[in-house]
Design a protein around this ligand. Structure first.
Ligand code: PLP
Length: 427
C-alpha cells in the first residue's frame, strides 16, 4: 500500500553459489560474540534521558494541584487531576471532561475495562459479557498483549486481516452481525506491528457500522498517536466524535500512554470515552482504588506542560529513533531487496518493522538468529494464541539496541532470513 510501503519480492531463486556464500558468512558470524535483544519495543537509555527532569519533579513544594489540592494526600476522584486530563485531551481526540488519567499502564486500563465488562456489563448491554460465548475481533498481525487479555479471560478471538490502511472492513462488517462479537482491538495510528495508520474511510466505517451487539466496544489503543518518525505525520480523526455523530457515542474506549513518551512502565495511562462510559468506569474504578497517583500526574504536567510541549518532547525521540529505522530499512533493502524471500514495512512512526518472510519460514528465521546471539520475538507472537497460520510474520523492534549493535543484528537477521527462506529450492 501507499501508506506502509511493503517492498515487493521479485527475483527468483538464489544461485547455489550465493547460498554457499551466505552459509560461510553465517558460520563466521556464529563465531562472533554477539548478544542483542530485539524483542520488545522498549525505549533506549538515551530516549529515557529525555525525561530525566521527571526524577526531580514535582519537587519540594510542587505538590499543590491547580485547584489547590494537596497531591501528597487523598483528594480528587478516580478520573485524575484536571490539569493532567487537559494535557492529554488533544492526543486522545476528546474534550478534557471526557478523559480519565490513571496510573502507570494503559494495558492495565484495558484489562480493567474488560474485567468490569465481564463482571458487571457495560452501558447499553442487558447483562455482563460472558466468556462462554463472547468474542473479540483481532486484526492481525497485532499486539500480543491484547490477545493475551482475551486468552486470559477465555474470549474467543476472530482474526481480521490488516490491509495496509487498517483492518479489512468488509470482514469486520460481516463479523459484527454476530451478537456474540462484543469488541475489537484497534491500534489506529502506526499500528503494532505493521506501522500502518487506519484510513479515514476505515475510521468512519468503524464508527458507523451496525453491530448486532448493542454493547459492542472498540478498544481503541492509540499508543503511538504522537510517535512520528518523519515530517509526514499520520493521524486519524477523532473516533469519539465520529461515533457520537453516528449515534454510537458509547462505542469507543480510547486509550493512551506515556510509556513511549516519558518512562516506560513509570509514566501515565489514560482513557477517553463518552460521559456515560466514563461514569461507568469511575464507578467501578472508585471501588478498586481511592484514586490514581497524583504526584506522577503533576510531574508529567510540569515536564510536558501542554500538547505543544508534548509534541516538542516527541521530536527528541524522533531524532534518536529515525536513524535506527533508516538503518533497518537500508539493511533489509541491501541484503534482501529483489531476492524474493521477504517483504517488509517502512513505517512513518511507531516502534516496529513488520516482515513477511516466505511462508513456513518465520520460526526457522528466529531459531537461526538465536544461534547467532540475536533474540527476536518468537514467531507467531503477533497472532492470537501465538499461532501465525502461515508462519510468516516477524516483528523487529529497533528502538532498544544502540546503532552499532543494531547494524550487527540486522546483518545477522538478514543472513538468517536468506538461509531459512532458501533451504528448499524456490519455485
Ligand atoms: N499498547 C500498545 C499498542 C503497545 O505497543 C504497548 C507497549 O508496547 C502498550 C499498549 C503498553 O502500554 P502501557 O505501558 O501503557 O501499558
Amino acid at each position: 500500500s501507499e501508506r506502509s510501503s511493503a517492498r515487493a519480492a521479485s527475483a527468483p531463486a538464489a544461485a547455489a553459489g550465493e547460498r554457499l556464500q551466505w552459509e560461510a558468512r553465517y558460520r563466521a558470524f556464529q563465531s562472533r560474540d554477539v548478544s542483542i535483544d530485539m524483542t520488545r519495543g522498549k525505549p533506549c537509555a538515551q530516549q529515557l534521558s529525555l525525561s530525566d527532569a521527571l526524577l526531580g519533579l514535582p519537587g519540594r513544594g510542587g505538590y499543590v494541584g491547580e485547584d489547590g489540592g494537596d497531591a501528597r494526600n487523598y483528594y480528587g476522584g478516580p478520573l485524575g487531576l484536571p490539569e493532567a486530563r487537559r494535557l492529554f485531551a488533544t492526543m486522545l481526540g476528546a474534550p478534557a471532561e471526557q478523559v480519565a488519567v490513571a496510573n502507570n499502564s494503559s494495558l492495565a486500563l484495558m484489562h480493567d475495562m474488560l474485567a468490569f465488562a465481564l463482571l458487571h456489563g457495560v452501558p447499553g448491554g442487558t447483562q455482563p459479557w460472558t466468556d462462554e460465548t463472547d468474542r473479540f475481533l483481532c486484526p492481525v498481525p497485532g499486539y500480543d498483549r491484547h490477545f493475551a487479555l482475551c486468552e486470559a479471560y477465555d474470549l474467543e478471538m476472530l482474526l481480521v486481516p490488516m490491509t495496509g490502511s487498517g483492518p479489512d472492513m468488509a470482514v469486520v462488517e460481516e463479523l459484527v452481525r454476530d451478537p456474540r462479537v462484543k469488541g475489537m482491538w484497534c491500534v489506529p495510528v502506526y499500528s503494532n506491528p505493521t506501522g500502518e495508520t487506519y484510513s479515514e474511510e476505515v475510521v468512519q466505517r468503524l464508527a458507523r457500522m451496525r453491530t448486532a451487539a448493542p454493547d459492542f466496544r472498540l478498544f481503541w489503543d492509540n499508543a503511538y498517536a504522537v510517535h512520528h518518525l518523519t515530517d509526514r505525520e499520520e493521524g486519524v480523526p477523532s473516533i469519539l466524535a465520529l461515533s457520537e455523530q453516528a449515534g454510537h457515542g458509547d462505542r469507543p474506549l480510547v486509550f493512551g500512554s506515556t510509556s513511549k513518551i516519558t518512562f516506560a512502565g513509570a509514566g501515565l495511562g489514560m482513557v477517553a470515552a463518552s460521559r456515560t462510559n466514563l461514569e461507568w468506569y469511575a464507578r467501578h474504578a472508585g471501588v478498586r482504588s481511592i484514586g490514581p497517583d497524583k504526584l506522577n500526574q503533576l510531574r508529567h504536567v510540569h515536564l510536558l506542560r501542554n500538547h505543544s510541549g508534548l509534541l516538542e518532547h516527541m521530536n527528541g525521540h524522533r531524532a534518536i529513533l529515525a536513524p535506527k529505522f533508516a538503518l533497518v530499512e537500508e539493511s533489509l533493502r541491501r541484503h534482501l531487496g529483489g531476492r524474493g524471500v521477504a517483504t517488509w514495512t517502512t513505517p512513518r512512526g511507531g516502534y516496529f518493522v513488520s516482515l513477511q518472510v516466505r511462508e513456513g519460514c518465520a520460526r526457522r528465521v528466529v531459531e537461526l538468529a538465536r544461534q547467532l546471539g540475536i533474540v527476536l520475538v518468537p514467531a507467531g507472537k503477533t497472532y492470537p494464541l501465538g499461532h501465525d497460520p502461515r508462519d510468516s510474520n516477524l516483528r523487529l523492534a529497533p528502538s532498544f539496541p544502540d546503532i552499532a549493535d543494531l547494524a550487527v543484528a540486522m546483518e545477522g537477521i538478514c543472513l538468517s532470513i536468506l538461509l531459512a527462506c532458501t533451504e528448499e529450492p524456490l519455485p
